[in-house]
Design a protein around this ligand. Structure first.
Ligand SMILES: [Zn+2]
Length: 487
């Protein structure tokens, strides 16, 4: 008896020791970012050009369409007028009519090129919200320390910012060793196939493999982590996949007075209920990687939990599943978004249909999701197939142990007061996925500080960006471009 007690006590001590050792060794040493001096940054031209760019109503209205060609030409004229050195020194190609591909030729052809991606289009303004806007949505007004309007955040600020950085570097006499591409699609908000899709295909056709790619993404978030005060710079080093699945059940039309035990609607509803009750398995890997990068900031309990998922994994998962935001960060999500069937209250429905939208976690595939559906629904009467225009696999996660990432991290930290930086995952789609076949290192990061209230303006009412943020953004692009361009 006594031996057993001693064995149990010894086991507990070992477990505690393992937990503590893992907790204290969890995390990466925060890297010291070398400070790089900047040429004099003057954001005045940037603000002026962005204001003019916001006034061009390059609106993407719906799937399969592009913005009105006149508005795109108007925007491109603004870019051309604002950045004369860029248009003298870089080679510009129009791809699929309105896509822009600028090449800034590097001096060393042995170095893999890098690419900066941005989109020219914006989402529409809901006319029913017009009177809630403080400023004209396409006025591009500068007032109260902000530049207001649709696209000021998503993402004309970054499109114009990239060009302003190149103009500034050209004025300073920079000659890149590595070739730099600027690729600006014109239909990101409706899938990006016409713009980024065509540009990526062209580069692939030319046999180009990129060293690294920058695109819009997550930003410097305030209040992102419980127990961590201050902002954290989150880099989207992974991006979820996407699939909409159409479900169909056929029924026998007839009189509602003599119904079968289940109508087409009943069968379909049961299938939907099963899918909601059986989510795809959770994966804490990406969350853990992010936590590891900021481990030195975490409260002890959080650090211990993430350092010891072998012991606390179940508990951590339950906690993360308590909110929609964090659930989306650990698994493929299932959203039943459309259901229809039946024509009249006293007629049996001859058919019921539904659409379910899945956002696929990196590491899983569209096929995995389809076999999950088959297993969970387990009903031959329920037919389903993916909607092919709304179906793609997640992009493979990008490495965070290569110089390109370290340089990105340094550019963020040098610009934003040494803010902690961590890799994370985009739950929304960006143009960058089109470039996945030609780049293993894709980083989605929007260089501005924002809390969740500010981010609600993106695609929402009173979209705006502060003038201070624009100056920082320009600094960031200059830093990143300068360090990425070196061999
Ligand atoms: Zn965007």
């Amino acid at each position: 008896m006594e031996t057993i007690i001693w064995v149990v006590i010894a086991a507990i001590i070992v477990i505690i020791a393992v937990v503590l050792v893992r907790t204290f060794t969890f995390g990466e040493k925060p890297r010291v970012a070398p400070d790089a001096l900047l040429p004099g940054v003057n954001a005045e031209r940037f603000v002026q050009s962005l204001s003019e760019a916001v006034q061009c109503q390059t609106i993407s209205y719906g799937e399969g369409t592009i913005p009105d060609g006149n508005t795109l030409e108007q925007l491109q004229a603004v870019l051309k007028k604002s950045y004369p050195l860029v248009h003298q020194s870089l080679h510009l190609e129009k791809v699929n009519q309105y896509g822009l591909l600028y090449t800034w030729q590097g001096s060393n052809p042995d170095l893999k090129p890098v690419l900066f991606s941005a989109h020219q289009d914006v989402v529409p303004v809901d006319p029913s919200t017009l009177d809630e806007w403080t400023r004209q949505p396409f006025g591009g007004e500068v007032a109260d320390g902000y530049l207001w309007g649709r696209g000021s955040l998503d993402m004309k600020c970054q499109l114009v910012g990239v060009l302003d950085a190149v103009e500034t570097l050209l004025a300073g006499g920079m000659k890149p060793e590595r070739t730099i591409y600027l690729a600006f699609g014109h239909d990101e908000e409706v899938g990006g196939i016409q713009g980024a899709g065509h540009i990526a295909a062209l580069l692939k056709e030319r046999g180009i493999q990129l060293g690294a790619l920058w695109d819009e993404g997550i930003n410097i978030l305030v209040g992102a982590l419980p127990g961590v005060e201050g902002p954290i710079g989150l880099v989207g080093a992974a991006e979820k996949g996407y699939m909409t699945v159409e479900f169909k059940v056929d029924g026998k039309p007839g009189h509602a007075s003599t119904p079968p035990p289940q109508t087409a609607i009943g069968i379909l509803s049961a299938a939907m209920a099963k899918l909601e009750a059986n989510p795809l398995p959770a994966d804490l890997g990406i969350m853990q990687k992010m936590m590891r990068s900021v481990a030195h900031l975490l409260p002890f309990s959080l650090r211990m939990a993430f350092a010891n998922l072998w012991l606390f994994g179940g508990m951590v998962r339950k906690k993360l599943e308590a909110s929609e935001q964090t659930t989306a960060a650990i698994r493929t999500t299932t959203a039943v978004t459309v259901i229809s069937g039946g024509v009249k209250d006293n007629i049996l429905p001859h058919q019921a249909t539904a659409f379910v939208n899945f956002r696929i976690f990196p590491g899983q595939t569209t096929d995995d999701v389809l076999s999950h559906i088959k297993r969970v629904v387990a009903d031959e009467r329920v037919k389903f197939k993916p909607v092919l225009t709304a179906c793609w696999n997640p992009v493979k996660s990008s490495p965070t142990d290569i110089p390109f990432y370290a340089q990105l991290q340094a550019a963020i930290q040098n610009t934003f007061d040494n803010v902690p930086v961590a890799p994370f995952m985009m739950v929304a789609a960006t143009d960058s996925r089109h470039y996945a076949p030609i780049s293993d290192a894709v980083y989605r990061f929007s260089p501005y500080v924002a809390d969740s209230a500010e981010l609600k303006r993106l695609h929402g009412i009173d979209e705006r960006i502060s003038l201070e943020a624009l100056e920082k953004m320009l600094e960031f692009f200059i830093r990143l471009m300068r360090s990425w361009s070196k061999g």
